[in-house]
Each structure stands twice: as structure tokens, then as C-alpha cells.
Design a protein. Structure first.
Length: 292
């Protein structure tokens, strides 16, 4: 017995149900509807299913499956002079056809188009992600504390979010918690080292090398412990003990990092769910059709 072709929640998982009810808006959470039956997939109008809300999509799939079966059965009678095998043989033909299609390699032209489209999405993602984050530095509370235009770590954030969005290190939990916890630890280490006589953030001598080493090592240790490892998080912690402008912000560095993380993540949910991309691949818990 095959997999149910129209059930977005085959294991009774409630979180799949609300995600499916919210389609197509839940596309921007990384959700994708379950694939349709191989017979229904051969119908000429099957490609429009992905834009339909769940109840309407299931009715259309059921009707198209029935239409396709009748069409293939009628075609079999006309060609062979005897009744066609029916639904089971149609399913078998669909599976064989699907296996044959899966072995076909995309043409050079289609690969070039896909590459150019992917590069275009990356360009839009990086440009607007950095632009929105930099513009957010005009917030009154950031200007009151003389924040930089943007934290340098978010250059690496943009590369990961918009060019390597399927990496397990750049999922929403890693971005939000990895950056924020690293900012907290970086500020804490900076405050502790400032208690030592002669220590000055931005200097080269005294125990500055110790502060840099401790902040990054501690941030990475905590991220690994909580399974939220995020490369830009290491830079976020390091900047807190090496750049005087950031150190002078004190605890206000933390909301700045969180604000930029939310902005870039929000834009990633939009730009990475158009075309053939899908983001995120994981939120916080697992389900059949989306990992949350």
C-alpha cells in the first residue's frame, strides 16, 4: 500500500494541519504541500495545484486523478482492443515513467537558467538585506548610543542567508539565538576585562589577546552546547571585545544584534521562498513535510 497522496498529515501531526490550512501564506515559513499521486501528476493541469488552498487543492487532485484514470483506460481500449488494466496498472506506469524521468539529466540551457536565477536571488537578497539592516541603525535608541552603521558580522550573515540558505548552520534558531547569545557573552567578557587596570578595548597590548580568545571560545562553546552553532555569532562576540565603538554601546549592543538578525531573517523568509528555493529547512521541531 503506497503513501497517501492527498494527506498532509499522515501521522496525525497537528502542526502539519495548520501549516496546510495556511497555504499558500505558509510557503514563506518553508512549508510545501505533500506531493500528489503519480497518476494525478500526469494531468495537464497538475502544475497549478501548488497555488491552491488545502481544501480546494485536495478536491482538484481527486478529480484530476479520476479524469486521468478514465483517459488512460479509454486510451488503452482504443489502442489494444481490450479493456485497460485500470488504476493499479496506471499507477505502475506512472512509477516507471517517474523513474525514467529521474534518470534524465537537465540540459545545459536549463542549468544555465537555474544558475542565473539563483545568482539573481542572491544579489537581491544581499542588497536589500544589508540595506534594511543599515537603515535600521537610524533608530533613535541606536543613535543615542552612537552605534555603527551595521555590525560587520552581518556581512557573513548575508552570505550564509542568501547564498547558502540550506546549510544547517543558518536556520532560524541558529540565526536568532546564536547571534543574540554571542552578543550577550561578548558584552559580559568585555565588562569583566574592563575591570582590569590598563585594559582598553581596541588596544593591542595588555590582556587584549586574552579577551578576544575568551569571548570567541566561550561563545562557540555555548552555541555547541545548545546546538545553535552559527558562524557570524563568533564574529558578533569577537567584535564586542575588539571594537571600541561597539564596546561603548555596552548592553545596547545586544538589541542592535537582535534587531539586525530579525530583519535579515525576515527578508530571507521572503526571498528564499520564491522560484525554486526553500527556506528554512528546519525551525524547532520535525514534521513530515516541513521540519520545524
Amino acid at each position: 500500500m503506497g503513501q497517501p497522496y492527498s494527506n498532509a498529515d499522515p501521522d496525525g501531526n497537528l502542526k502539519d494541519k495548520w501549516l496546510d490550512r495556511g497555504w499558500p501564506l505558509t510557503r514563506f515559513l518553508g512549508y510545501r504541500p505533500p506531493p500528489c499521486d503519480p497518476v494525478a501528476a500526469r494531468h495537464w493541469a497538475a502544475g497549478m495545484d501548488h497555488i491552491l488552498p488545502a481544501p480546494l487543492r485536495e478536491r482538484h487532485r481527486k478529480r484530476r486523478r479520476e479524469e486521468q484514470l478514465r483517459k488512460e483506460a479509454a486510451g488503452g481500449e482504443a489502442q489494444n482492443g481490450h479493456p485497460a488494466a485500470g488504476a493499479d496498472s496506471a499507477n505502475e506506469r506512472g512509477e516507471k515513467g517517474g523513474q525514467g524521468r529521474s534518470r534524465e539529466q537537465p540540459s545545459l540551457g536549463s542549468r544555465v537558467k537555474h544558475k542565473l536565477w539563483d545568482m539573481w536571488l542572491t544579489l537581491l537578497g544581499c542588497f536589500f538585506g544589508i540595506a534594511f539592516s543599515a537603515l535600521s541603525a537610524r533608530s533613535d535608541y541606536l543613535r543615542d548610543h552612537d552605534s555603527p552603521l551595521i555590525v560587520a558580522a552581518f556581512g557573513a550573515e548575508a552570505v550564509l542567508l542568501y547564498a547558502a540558505h540550506d546549510s544547517p548552520l543558518v536556520q532560524p534558531m541558529n540565526v536568532l539565538f546564536g547571534n543574540t547569545i554571542s552578543a550577550v557573552l561578548g558584552v559580559c567578557v568585555a565588562k569583566l576585562f574592563e575591570l582590569q587596570p590598563g585594559f582598553k578595548i581596541g588596544g593591542v597590548y595588555e590582556p587584549n589577546w586574552e579577551a578576544a580568545s575568551v569571548s570567541l571560545a566561550l561563545a562557540l562553546l555555548v552555541m555547541q552546547l545548545l546546538e545553535i552553532t552559527h558562524p557570524p555569532g563568533g564574529a558578533v562576540a569577537l567584535l564586542a571585545v575588539t571594537i571600541s565603538q561597539i564596546a561603548e554601546m555596552g548592553w545596547w549592543y545586544i538589541p542592535m544584534v537582535l534587531q539586525a538578525s530579525l530583519i535579515m531573517l525576515g527578508w530571507a523568509l521572503v526571498i528564499n521562498n520564491v522560484g525554486g528555493r526553500r527556506y528554512p529547512t528546519q525551525w524547532f521541531w520535525k514534521s513530515r513535510w516541513i521540519v520545524i
